[in-house]
Design a binder for this molecule. Structure first.
Ligand code: HEM
Length: 418
């Protein structure tokens, strides 16, 4: 990751420059969301430019975030990773294409990850959650990140696409490097960055795709790669690009969102007890926490020279979209840093917006709901281990580095025995 600062181009006004590194936001180690929220200070314009990672724009307010993420006629998905050199030869589908080419690929995803398909998996998802929670319930302590968050969505998803569970650690290592490359290394380096990770995913998936193409497997991977695009079969390269994208997107996001949600519940007894006493509130609580704890920062490439939000944008400029700032905008949500499970009609862009809006949201919501239902009914009282500091890392997907939780085993419930 090249940390050299780019010179300010002539079309960037000096009063729109901030020094903000999306892979290492200032003070994000202490509070990831407060760090990004600093871009809502009254003197910061709704679009700013940072010299980090080759120099790029950042949209900071809800209306611009929604516009840039969805208006593909002005902001293309041709490049979504900053800096764009990092991923220019590592295209994934359907994230790096715009409509209308995007639509048929997206239809395939909508079918494979739609609410009907996903709800059929609820029992399986619940079984994984219960097993993982029961493994640690009597310990009275765990690092939630490693004991649960990093295991649960991976195991659920690997089961759904029928890949070996024991491959989870290596898949995680590749996606970690893609989404949060090791600082100080060049993006082009052999052991780091987006292209490196994509290459590994392609190599890994190739034999599975060869084995399952043309067969009538019921798993999500088989359905995806045997789908049709405008009446024709997918090419081998398209099948790889599509399945790698789904795998990568399904691996990292829920893991990290769960960390933020559980940290909140561990540090807010009253809110947590509301959910313990009234589990019917859990779906609304999930929506509110998804608003409050967005985790994805993605990019778009400017299609043509234009004036936008009071600045000149040039074709090829990159714009970062911190989806986590959309729901934290006090111009659309009152008191946005406060979590209120009874908030109505909250605005947010945590699952994106427009043609690329997250097709995995049904699975994500199911995984989060099942986790909260099963965890809170078994371990209703828990807190962050005294004296332990929780730290965060920024990136394309933000992370709670470690979440040490403790609880009194006497307060837990043995549901199976009850
Ligand atoms: C809390 C969990 C999740 C969050 C916050 C999240 C967020 C997002 C966001 C913001 C986008 C839009 C990216 C863009 O506009 O460029 C997106 C796209 C996508 N997500 Fe998710 N996601 C989550 C879970 C999942 C899961 C579990 C899966 C897979 C099973 C998934 C699969 C995808 C795919 C394939 C796309 C690309 C869609 C396209 O380009 O048309 N996501 N997600």
């Amino acid at each position: 990751m090249n940390s050299l600062l780019a010179a300010r181009p002539a079309h960037v006004p000096a009063d729109h420059v901030v020094d903000f590194d999306l892979y290492a936001p200032p003070e994000a180690k202490q509070d990831f969301h407060a760090s990004w929220k600093s871009l809502h200070a009254p003197d910061v314009p709704p679009i700013v430019w940072t010299p980090r990672h080759g120099g790029h724009w950042i949209v900071t307010r809800n209306p611009l975030i929604n516009e840039v993420i969805s208006d593909y006629t002005r902001f293309s998905n041709n490049n979504i990773i900053i800096p764009k050199e990092a991923a220019k030869d590592s295209k994934l589908l359907p994230t790096t294409i715009d409509p209308p080419v995007h639509r048929p690929f997206r239809n395939l995803l909508n079918t494979s990850l739609g609410p009907k398909t996903i709800s059929r998996n609820e029992q399986q998802v619940r079984a994984v959650a219960v097993r993982l929670i029961e493994e640690i319930r009597r310990d009275g302590a765990c690092n939630f990140t490693t004991a649960y968050a990093e295991k649960f969505p991976l195991q659920v998803f690997l089961q759904m696409i029928d890949l070996p569970l024991e491959d989870a650690p290596k898949l995680k290592q590749w996606s970690d490097q893609m989404l949060r490359p090791t600082p100080g290394r060049d993006w082009g380096a052999d052991q780091n960055g987006f292209a490196w990770g994509v290459r590994h995913f392609f190599e890994y998936l190739t034999p599975y795709i060869e084995e399952r193409t043309g067969k009538d497997g019921e798993d999500v991977l088989s359905r995806l790669i045997n789908g049709t695009i405008d009446g024709r079969a997918l090419t081998r390269q398209e099948a790889l690009q599509l399945s790698a994208q789904v795998l990568i997107a399904g691996l990292d996001t829920v893991v990290n969102f769960l960390g933020f949600a559980m940290l909140y519940l561990a540090t807010h007894d009253e809110a947590r007890r509301q959910l313990v006493n009234d589990p019917g509130l859990i779906p609304a609580a999930i929506e509110e926490m998804v608003r409050r704890f967005g985790v994805v920062t993605i990019g778009r490439e400017v299609v043509h020279d234009m004036e936008y939000a009071g600045v000149q944008l040039k074709a090829g400029d990159m714009v970062a979209i911190p989806t986590q700032l959309s729901g934290l905008d006090d111009r659309v949500n009152d008191n946005p840093m406060h979590v209120d499970f009874h908030r109505s009609a909250a605005e947010h862009t945590s699952f994106g917006n427009g043609p690329h809006r997250c097709p995995g949201a049904h699975l994500a919501r199911l995984e989060i709901r099942v986790t909260l239902e099963e965890w809170l009914s078994r371990i209703p009282e828990f807190a962050v281990a005294p004296g332990q500091e929780v730290r965060f890392t920024g990136g394309i997907v933000a992370v709670v580095d470690a979440l040490p939780l403790v609880w009194d085993v006497a307060t837990t419930r043995d549901i199976a025995a009850a």
